[in-house]
Design a protein around this ligand. Structure first.
Ligand code: ATP
Ligand code: MG
Length: 578
């Protein structure tokens, strides 16, 4: 490829709407162009990188025994009615009608379609186990599309689905996929951490996420990951558990009493006013879970983990209640408390769920549904009923204790690039997808599903591999392997050597660009750094002594070499990644 022909318009400045480095750099280096919110054109540079990631994924999935197919992007409503997800998937599902008025949707994921395929095509246990996958664009009408390719509305995903006879088969395939994922990301030049996670809208019981650790100031890593340095424990905050360090669980108030607590709407204010630890206060938070009110109780020094709460109450959607909604609850119960003074005491028809840690408190402090007053010295079973639902709904904090080895937990942030789930029979039962076993009995398939965000992986790689000059994608997934820059386009020797090296590299199967433009050297070097060619050969003044310069983008190392040696280095490096 000649640079003069390469369709990549590098920009002088970062786009003004971009917050994270991968978004800024991919636009500025001419890899992507925005079409609408969360919808991007993958320009030639990006497309080369995406195809490379896809091919690594293909090679590893095929080697792991999976088979590739391609399912339609548009899916019929009927299948989603069968699985029961049409009504619960929410607004992320882009729904449309065809000219006959039939309900359709843009595929956000393909459990329904693959279960239909298995139901139609697999009759006998002899056809199992099987793992089918595809690589395709998905559409999710995300609430907050942002960060460029990291959270798009349209994005490319590899999704695989396994069908097994029994749990043991699923366990084996899950492990097979976990190992395959580790290999895939390693080949992409990305280090990942496999963490336990919540299984979310897809359902099922066990799931793990593959995180690219990205703990920078822009929060491109959207997930908090808790991990233990002393053992292998690591989990997404939506799933992490811990042991709380020992603290006193009994307050100084030995008698129950309602006292005045003016202007104490926050836990901090109340704790300061009473001169007690926030851990002695029971915090009552009002949520709306699928249109029903729920009060969640946590210790004052802790926070609610909303996904855990959502799972504990079995809701599809959850959000914190507004001041108006709290007022409505108060009015219906003949009370006048506002946020900061709420508690379950005396409230009717409302689900109360307590975090395990509040159950241990004695003589604690809690609201009493009256503004400006709190109940102190309260105890479960006397002033206040012990809630029927007691679950772990607490957000873990750094420094709490690892449940596996008792060391203090640490926290970091990660970008989720892949996800593996044990689905079990959730979809096969709902959609009556069965096979006949050895004894002629019908059994539902035991399923697993396994996703990789192809476009997100590319963006995550840029988050991890860049500097102030531009992109530094690893050799395995960079759009091109090398660029050749003749410093002075008027210099005969430089131009002819550059041409010659270009041909030799092409012949050796190296993906190389020749910068044939009549530009100042500074412009050419800047573009080369911005786009991020892993190797740069510069044909400049040293040529009169028989040398070219070889620069490695990753570490900035530059050395003068004989042209043949420079070529050999590049060819060997490319061989090593294949
Ligand atoms: P998230 O929690 O980040 O929304 P998810 O759990 O909904 O992700 P899955 O349904 O497991 O994602 O999809 C599989 C993979 O697809 C994810 O691991 C991620 O890499 C990718 N992915 C999901 N949503 C997006 C998106 N909006 N933009 C880009 N990639 C995405
Ligand atoms: Mg999502």
């Amino acid at each position: 490829m000649k640079m003069s022909k390469l369709f990549a318009q590098t920009l002088r400045d970062f786009p003004s709407d971009a917050e994270v480095m991968s978004h800024k750099l991919l636009v500025r280096a001419g890899y992507i162009r925005r079409l609408a919110s969360g919808i991007y054109n993958y320009l030639p540079l990006m497309w080369r990188t995406l195809k490379k990631i896809e091919n690594i994924v293909r090679e590893e999935m095929d080697a792991a025994g999976a088979q590739e197919l391609l399912m339609p992007f548009v899916q019929p409503e009927e299948l989603w009615q069968e699985s029961g997800r049409w009504d619960v998937y929410g607004k992320e599902l882009m729904r449309l009608k065809d000219r006959q008025g039939r309900g359709m949707c843009l595929g956000p994921t393909h459990e329904e379609v693959i279960t239909y395929i298995a139901r139609e095509g697999i009759q006998s246990y002899k056809q199992l186990p099987i793992n089918l996958y595809q690589i395709q664009s998905k559409f999710r009408d995300e609430v907050r599309p942002r960060f460029g390719l990291l959270r798009g509305r349209e994005f490319i995903m590899k999704d695989a689905y396994s069908f097994d006879l029994n749990e043991a088969g699923l366990d084996k395939e899950y492990e097979n996929m976990a190992q395959t994922y580790t290999r895939i990301f390693k080949r992409c030049g990305l280090e990942t951490k496999m963490v336990q996670s919540d299984s979310g809208a897809i359902g099922g019981s066990i799931s793990h996420e593959f995180m690219v650790i990205c703990d920078n100031e822009n929060n491109a890593g959207e997930n908090d990951v808790f991990y233990c340095e002393h053992c292998n424990y690591s989990a997404n905050s939506n799933h992490a558990v811990s042991i709380l360090p020992q603290t006193t669980t009994e307050s100084k108030y030995t008698k129950p009493e309602i006292i005045d607590t003016p202007n104490c709407k926050t836990i901090e204010d109340l704790a300061a006013f009473l001169n007690i630890s926030p851990a002695m206060i029971v915090k009552s938070l009002v949520y709306v879970a699928d249109k029903k009110y729920v009060i969640a109780l946590v210790r004052g020094d802790k926070a609610v983990e909303e996904i855990k709460l959502q799972n504990a109450v079995g809701a599809n959607e959850i959000r914190i209640a507004s001041a108006a909604e709290i007022k409505e609850i108060m009015i219906n119960n003949g009370k006048n408390g506002e946020a900061g003074y709420i508690s379950p005491i005396g409230l009717k028809d409302i689900t109360i769920i307590a975090d395990k840690s509040v159950v241990e408190l004695k003589n604690f402090i809690i609201g009493c549904n009256e503004t400006g007053k709190h109940l102190v010295g309260a105890n479960w079973g006397s002033e206040i009923e012990l809630p029927q639902k007691i679950e772990d709904i607490r957000l873990v904090q750094e420094g709490e204790i690892c449940i596996q080895c008792k060391a203090p937990l640490k926290v970091t942030r990660g970008i989720e690039v892949g996800n593996i789930f044990k689905l079990g029979t959730k979809y096969s039962k709902a959609m009556n997808a069965v096979y006949t076993d050895e004894n002629g009995k019908e059994k539902p398939f035991i399923m697993g599903c396994y996703g990789i965000g192809i476009s997100r992986t590319a963006a995550a790689a840029v988050e991890r591999h860049h500097d102030e000059f531009g992109i530094k994608l690893p050799l395995a997934i960079a759009p091109y392997h090398a660029i050749i820059i003749p410093v002075n386009s008027k210099d005969q020797l430089q131009m002819s050597t550059a041409e010659e090296l270009y041909k030799k590299l092409l012949n050796a199967g190296i993906e190389v660009v020749l910068d044939d433009r009549d530009e100042r050297p500074g412009v050419k070097f800047k573009d080369a750094d911005l786009i991020g060619f892993p190797f740069r050969i510069t044909a400049g003044k040293a040529l009169t002594d028989g040398f070219v310069e070889l620069k490695t983008r990753e570490n900035g190392e530059t050395i003068n070499l004989k042209p043949e040696e420079a070529i050999k280095k590049i060819i060997n490096a490319v061989k090593a990644i294949k």
